[in-house]
Design a protein around this ligand. Structure first.
Ligand code: HEC
Ligand code: HEC
Length: 222
């Protein structure tokens, strides 16, 4: 079962967009492009992009990427390639759309997305804490060991023991607001968010109670 799962994960990884792969493979091309500029990214983050009508990201995502509540995700310390992918997905709207983020992303250039990603990757996330016994016990169990009887793999296998993720595909999730984590897991489960086929499979196998417990645990994970 484990091996079978690993193999299906590998085959999914092989379907990662060709654009990402070609960038990694052709060093010359990558150099020819303008390198991501974290200072420009900071200006976008703190001031917005006036001529495109995009407000400061800071107004919702908080100073240095640490938002004030679970309606808006923390972005501090997120991998730049993950930020870039999510903004691309919001722009394309097919696999992940948001009435708030999609219009902003639609007006950003690829360079601006990379600049803001470079800035956010350098920030430090403020870790919260688990609030329920369920989160501390069941949540930790799921995070570290999965749910064998349902074929749910350990979250730690892809997101790392501390939730720091693995660049570039596996998001940092440790310390995120539990409300946001729960909302994303429910969206994967309900197929409202379709940009992570592995996550859709995993979330579909989890009960709402299990999703709640692991989301609570992740809020305090570091
Ligand atoms: C008006 C509030 C608001 C503003 C301004 C805003 N965002 Fe967001 N952002 C959100 C919300 C809400 C979500 C969650 C959307 C969802 O549930 O799918 C989000 C999600 C994201 C995500 C996905 C994070 C993840 O963990 O998957 C990224 C990346 C992001 N925003 C980047 C930005 C950037 C860059 C800017 C500035 C150019 C910005 N946002 C401005 C509200 C905002
Ligand atoms: C096989 C690898 C794998 C495993 C195991 C895994 N994930 Fe994920 N997860 C991913 C990938 C890949 C993404 C990014 C999807 C995308 O590109 O949008 C992701 C994204 C997420 C996100 C969205 C983060 C954000 O900022 O929007 C959450 C939340 C999440 N995973 C939680 C979990 C939990 C909880 C578990 C354990 C029950 C888990 N994951 C197990 C691969 C995995």
């Amino acid at each position: 079962m484990k091996l079978k799962f690993t193999l299906s994960v590998l085959s999914l990884l092989l379907t990662i967009p060709a654009s990402t792969l070609s960038l990694a493979n052709t060093g010359a091309e990558a150099v020819a492009q303008t390198k991501p500029d974290a200072n420009k990214g900071e200006a976008i983050y703190t001031k917005g992009i006036a001529d495109k009508n995009i407000p400061a990201c800071l107004s919702c995502h908080g100073a240095n990427g640490n938002s004030g509540g679970g309606a808006n995700p923390k972005l501090a310390g997120q991998h730049s390639a993950y930020i870039f992918k999510q903004l691309q997905d919001f722009k394309n709207k097919q696999d992940r759309s948001s009435p708030i983020m999609s219009p902003y992303a639609a007006n950003m250039t690829e360079q601006q997305m990379k600049d803001v990603g470079a800035y956010l990757a350098k920030q430090t996330i403020k870790i919260g804490s688990a609030k329920t016994v369920q989160g501390i016990e069941l949540g930790q169990k799921i995070y570290r060991g999965g749910i064998a009887s349902k074929g749910v793999p350990a979250c730690a296998a892809c997101h790392g023991p501390t939730g720091a993720g693995i660049p570039a595909q596996f998001a940092r999730i440790g310390g995120q607001w539990s409300d946001y984590t729960k909302a994303q897991l429910m969206a994967f489960k309900n197929e409202n968010r379709k940009n992570g086929p592995m996550m859709a499979t995993i979330a579909a196998r989890m009960s709402d109670k299990e999703i709640e417990a692991v989301s609570d645990y992740i809020a305090g994970l570091k």
